[in-house]
Design a protein around this ligand. Structure first.
Ligand code: PHE
Length: 345
């Protein structure tokens, strides 16, 4: 019996020594120390032993068990330590490696331009109003003194969705909506930035989708001189204090009188060059006094209230300000373009 126990001990200790992982080790634990294991099996023969030998064998069996248990425990500790070590090694961070450059994003030049214009008018006491891009014919045209069949509708070739719904061709419907919402009372001082759509063939100066900023002021005693003063402040702040403005008579169905505003050419100082087509002036925006019909349709008493409105294209402003020669650059999103002009963050 003694030999059997010793042989078992040697076998178990050898097996434990060569074990590679915790699972195998656990299998050995179950096999050798479990209730149905070989030690228990051998001890069943104890009954045949003499009274003298019995305690000796009992002690030996305990010793064998103890040594196997101890060996398993120390092996387990070793395997666990190795596993932690391996994990640490595989997760080592080399802090001396050079960092990967992170490219900083920036706002789109057009967004920056719109925000710059917004800030300028917010500084003059305006608030921002927005409206839907999918618009009713009523607000886009009719409420702006452009009834169905009016020839001036041809000035803005439109994408119709149904007979009465279209993609707005300008941001002026926001002024119609805002006026209507006031129920004929109280002053208005808003700018309306947003996307607009026209059935134009895209080229260097035309895009079927572009941006507009509309301005509207309605109150008692609003005069043409208020419009001129406002536009003058805008032009000088935007393009430089040395720039002059001029208003030329024009036509828009929703304003009367209507004007177009030019600024003096920076290139030639007004003498005439290629940039200003030899005129000394560059066209910037359309404007005028709100047509009495438009005020009345929105519920305002046009004898009491007057107003002015203006509309401009931020793309055109940015093109002039930064010397951009093609409107399509704003939409093709070439990063080489987007990160220029000193207007990235
Ligand atoms: N909505 C006009 C356009 O898109 C611009 C404009 C706005 C003109 C307000 C006058 C007053 O052509």
């Amino acid at each position: 019996m003694e030999d059997k126990l010793r042989a078992l001990q040697t076998e178990a200790l050898e097996k434990i020594e060569s074990v590679q992982n915790l699972k195998e080790l656990n299998d050995i634990r179950v096999a050798y120390l479990g209730k149905k294991g070989p030690v228990t099996e051998i001890l069943k023969g104890m009954g045949k032993l003499s009274a003298e030998e019995r305690p000796k064998m009992g002690a030996l069996a305990n010793e064998v068990r103890g040594s196997i248990k101890e060996k398993i425990e120390s092996k387990q500790e070793k395997l666990e330590r190795e596993a932690v070590q391996k994990k640490l090694e595989s997760e080592t961070i080399d802090v001396t490696l050079p960092g990967r450059p992170v490219r900083k994003g920036s706002h789109h030049p057009l967004t920056k331009m719109v925000e710059e214009i917004e800030d300028l008018f917010i500084g003059m006491g305006y608030t921002i109003a927005e409206g839907p891009e999918v618009e009713k014919d009523y607000y886009n045209f009719e409420a702006l003194n452009l009834p169905k069949g009016h020839p001036a509708r041809d000035m803005q070739d439109s994408f119709y969705i149904t007979e009465d719904i279209l993609l707005r061709t300008h941001t002026s419907p926001v002024q119609a909506r805002t006026m209507e919402g006031k129920n004929g009372k109280g002053p208005i001082k808003i700018i309306c930035p947003g996307k607009v759509y026209r059935r134009d063939t895209d080229d260097a100066t035309h895009s079927h989708q572009f941006t507009q900023i509309e301005g509207l002021v309605v109150d008692e005693n609003i005069r043409m001189s208020d419009l001129k003063g406002t536009l003058q402040v805008f032009a000088k702040k935007m393009f430089g204090e040395d720039r002059e403005i001029r208003l030329r008579p024009s036509f828009f169905p929703f304003t009367e009188p209507s004007v177009e505003m030019d600024i003096s050419c920076k290139m030639c100082g007004g003498k005439g060059c290629n940039v200003c087509k030899k005129t000394g002036w560059i066209e910037i925006l359309g404007a005028g006094m709100v047509h009495p019909n438009v005020l009345e349709m929105a519920g305002y008493d046009s004898k009491k209230y007057t107003g002015f409105a203006f509309g401009m294209g931020p793309e055109r402003i940015a093109m002039l300000k930064y010397g951009i020669d093609d409107i399509r650059h704003f939409y093709t999103n070439d990063v080489r373009f987007l990160t220029q002009f000193g207007i990235q963050e």
